[in-house]
Design a protein around this ligand. Structure first.
Ligand code: FES
Length: 86
C-alpha cells in the first residue's frame, strides 16, 4: 500500500502560527496510533489559506486552524477516517 500523505503547511504565515509544533504533534500522533509506516508526513509550501493556518492537507482533506493542542483530535476525527476508510 502506498503511504497516505499528510502535508503540514510551513509557509511563512503558518510557520509563524506554529507549523513546527504541528509537525511534531503529528509525528507523535502517528506513532501513538501505529500508522507511522502508513503515512508520509510532509512539510508543504503555502496551501493558500494563510489567514486560517496552520493548514494541513491531504488528498482527502483540508484542515485549518491546526495547532499542537488539537492535532490529535483532528487526526482521529477528520484525518484517520478519511485516510483509512474501508
Ligand atoms: S502559509 Fe500556510 S496556508 Fe499560506
Amino acid at each position: 500500500m502506498t503511504p497516505k500523505i499528510i502535508k503540514v503547511c510551513v509557509g511563512s504565515s503558518c510557520h509563524l502560527k506554529g507549523s513546527y509544533d504541528v509537525l511534531e504533534a503529528f509525528k507523535a500522533v502517528l506513532k501513538k496510533y501505529q500508522v507511522e509506516d502508513k503515512v508520509d508526513l510532509q512539510a508543504s509550501f503555502c496551501l493558500g489559506h494563510c489567514a486560517h493556518g496552520v493548514s494541513v492537507s491531504g488528498e482527502e482533506f483540508l484542515l485549518h486552524g491546526v495547532n499542537a493542542a488539537n492535532a490529535e483530535e483532528l487526526f482521529t476525527t477528520e484525518i484517520y477516517p478519511k485516510l483509512f476508510k474501508e
